[in-house]
Write a protein that binds this ligand. Structure first.
Ligand SMILES: Nc1ccn([C@H]2C[C@H](O)[C@@H](COP(=O)(O)O)O2)c(=O)n1
Length: 205
């Protein structure tokens, strides 16, 4: 050891430290998954956790309506789907449901769906940051970023994206995001957990 001061000394004996502690990456993705649980979105809860080069969490976020708008904005995915669901719920037949869906879709305006209002998890994590900037940070996300979030991630100077789900991989938003990450040389990779499940005890232990 004295020969090479750069080398980290190997532990000489077992110091009694716990061996089954959570790996850093599992912890960061778990923080994203837990943040997602805060979302009121009825179909997809998304969480994000930003980590700096010292492996410190510097921001978390989840998909939510803008502050003050939570109780007023629609969570519908499409007006047509809602109309059809309502007809089904009332015991209506498929023909009526289909007709309702077609009519509603034709008349649909974006103002009736969540997409135009909701703030994505990544945006909120970025805005919640507790550091001056996010240069060189990694972002752990439960769903692959869309094109708009990709722009934010790139412009913030983040260095990598680690994602859990890529369920919208054929959408133009995801494809555009991947194209931009590749051009900007920001690697993205699917998260591979060491632990596949984290159980939290919220009562006193
Ligand atoms: N990277 C992403 C992608 C989507 N979101 C949000 C936006 C919506 O609230 C929800 C997706 O809803 P769906 O189309 O699955 O009903 O997820 C996000 O925060 N970050």
């Amino acid at each position: 050891m004295a020969d090479n001061p750069q080398q980290t000394p190997a532990p000489t004996k077992d110091n009694g430290a716990r061996k089954d502690f959570m790996e850093p990456e599992d912890y960061f993705m778990a923080a994203a998954v837990l943040s997602a649980r805060r979302s009121r979105d009825p179909s997809t809860q998304v969480g994000a956790c930003i980590v700096n080069q010292d492996k410190k969490v510097v921001g978390v976020g989840y998909n939510k309506m803008p502050n003050g708008c939570e109780d007023h904005m629609p969570w519908s995915r499409s007006k047509g789907e809602d109309a059809a669901a309502a007809v089904y719920a009332n015991g209506g037949d498929l023909t009526v449901a289909t007709a309702a869906k077609v009519a509603a879709t034709a008349a649909e305006t974006k103002l009736d769906t969540k997409y135009i209002y909701v703030c994505h998890a990544e945006l909120n994590a970025i805005l919640n940051k507790n550091s001056a900037d996010l240069k060189g940070c990694s972002i752990y996300v439960t769903l692959f970023p869309c094109n708009e979030c990709a722009k934010l991630i790139i412009q913030a100077g983040m260095k990598e994206v680690i994602y859990l789900s890529d369920k919208y991989n054929t959408s133009p938003e995801t494809q555009a995001a991947k194209l931009m990450f590749k051009q900007a040389k920001i690697p993205f990779r699917k998260f591979l957990p060491k632990e596949t499940e984290v159980v939290l005890q919220l009562q006193s232990v």
